[in-house]
Write a protein that binds this ligand. Structure first.
Ligand SMILES: *Cc1c(COP(=O)(O)O)cnc(C)c1O
Ligand code: SF4
Length: 366
């Protein structure tokens, strides 16, 4: 099975196209620049202007070249190009998980006893329209100065119950190798930090970021687990597969966290193709998130019951490890959303339901 390779556009040298710093410097931030890749619709053009002061748009040339030039409903395009529907979401909140209230120090989010989400960076390669952290992504006030990173590291050092640190953002891999190496070294020097995780979308949005140098750097700080964020089978390219292959060869287990998005991946065929493609790349689908009650995202949200039925339809019909756990994140932690396969007790038996709806009574005396 060969994945499609994303070719450099005419006039762009292959060497530049595959250089992540070139990609970062040539990101698309205006309707005029977007027009080199797609024909922006009136809705998209108006939304780019209307949302410039609220949640800007930024897209890597690599990711832009996955977009369908003529179809505004393209699942890649809808993830990153603003739409007027974002202005119509009276229920949406800026911080639906109340992360700010869960921060003992700036950009450290603690919901669980033993692990934290540490938002080390407020920058990303591109801005997803449904980003949970849109309040901070691209916002200078949320940037972490070295001094602030030090304060957060001091807090972790002084909190021995923290055994698992999830570096997220924004995106920690937008950091230079030197800065990342420094941060990983500081964390590794803390004896109670057993596990470091990287939450990064760059294998999807800027796969050439995964360089040999990055892999050598990660290799020296194991155990490092990586969770990335593919949402649609169109994102499964040869470039992405190469980035994943490098990470797994460097010894990082790679998982995927997707978001259930209306009209993008909320049908069985698309979700199945995504999950089966991921396991072919040796990526384990980990979580699929219910889209939060987040400002400007009403047009992405799916009723939870539909989400439950979608993942129920995958159970028994593809490899078990291809199926992520569908979860709702709440200020109290992540809640699994699953079909009720466990039906209850009848005397000395427990009644369960199989994937295809048959009832089984398992003798199980109390
Ligand atoms: C998701 C999350 C974690 C990690 O949770 P796991 O279920 O272990 O993957 C940790 N802290 C916060 C605040 C989170 O949102
Ligand atoms: S990559 Fe993640 S943190 Fe960055 S904009 Fe997208 S959803 Fe937000």
């Amino acid at each position: 099975m060969e994945w499609p390779r994303v070719a450099a556009p005419p006039g762009v040298a292959e060497r530049n196209w595959r250089d992540w710093t070139w990609q970062m410097q040539h990101r698309i931030t205006s309707a005029a620049a977007l027009a080199a890749f797609v024909a922006p619709s009136d809705d998209e053009r108006s939304a780019i202007d209307a949302l410039a002061g609220r949640f800007r748009f930024v897209i890597t040339p690599y990711y832009a070249s996955l977009m369908d030039p003529n179809d505004p409903a393209c699942p890649i395009r809808r993830q990153v190009v603003p739409r007027l529907a974002e202005l119509d979401d009276p229920a949406g909140l800026a911080d639906p998980l109340d992360e700010v209230a869960h921060s003992p120090v700036k950009n450290v989010v603690r919901v669980y006893g033993d692990r934290i989400a540490f938002c080390v960076n407020n920058e990303c390669a591109l801005y997803c329209r449904y980003c949970l952290r849109k309040r901070m992504v691209g916002e200078p006030a949320w940037a972490m100065k070295k001094r602030e990173l030090q304060i957060a590291l001091d807090w972790i050092r002084a909190t021995p119950s923290i055994r698992d640190v999830l570096l997220t953002g924004g995106d920690p891999l937008v950091f230079s190798d030197d800065k990342l190496d420094w941060l990983l070294g500081e964390l590794r020097a803390i004896p109670h930090v057993e596990l470091i995780r990287l939450g990064t979308r760059l294998p999807v949005t800027l796969p050439c970021r995964v360089t040999e140098a990055l892999c050598r750097l990660l290799e020296r700080r194991h155990p490092i687990w990586v969770n990335t964020h593919f949402n649609h089978p169109k994102e499964l390219t040869a470039d992405a597969a190469e980035a994943i292959d490098k990470l797994t060869r460097a010894g990082c287990p790679v998982g995927n966290q997707s978001v259930l998005l209306r009209g993008i991946n909320d049908d069985v065929a698309t979700m199945k193709a995504l999950c089966e493609g991921l396991v072919r790349m040796r990526v384990r689908p980990y979580y699929c998130y219910q889209a939060q009650l987040l400002e400007g995202t009403a047009h992405f949200r799916v009723p939870i019951e539909r989400g439950v039925e979608l993942f129920r339809a995958l159970r028994g019909r593809t490899s078990g490890f291809a199926i992520p756990l569908y979860v709702l994140d709440t200020p109290y932690g992540k809640v699994p959303l699953t079909h009720a396969y466990l039906r209850g007790r009848e005397g000395d038996s427990v009644v369960v339901e199989s994937y295809d709806g048959r009832i089984w009574r398992e003798p199980n005396p109390l």
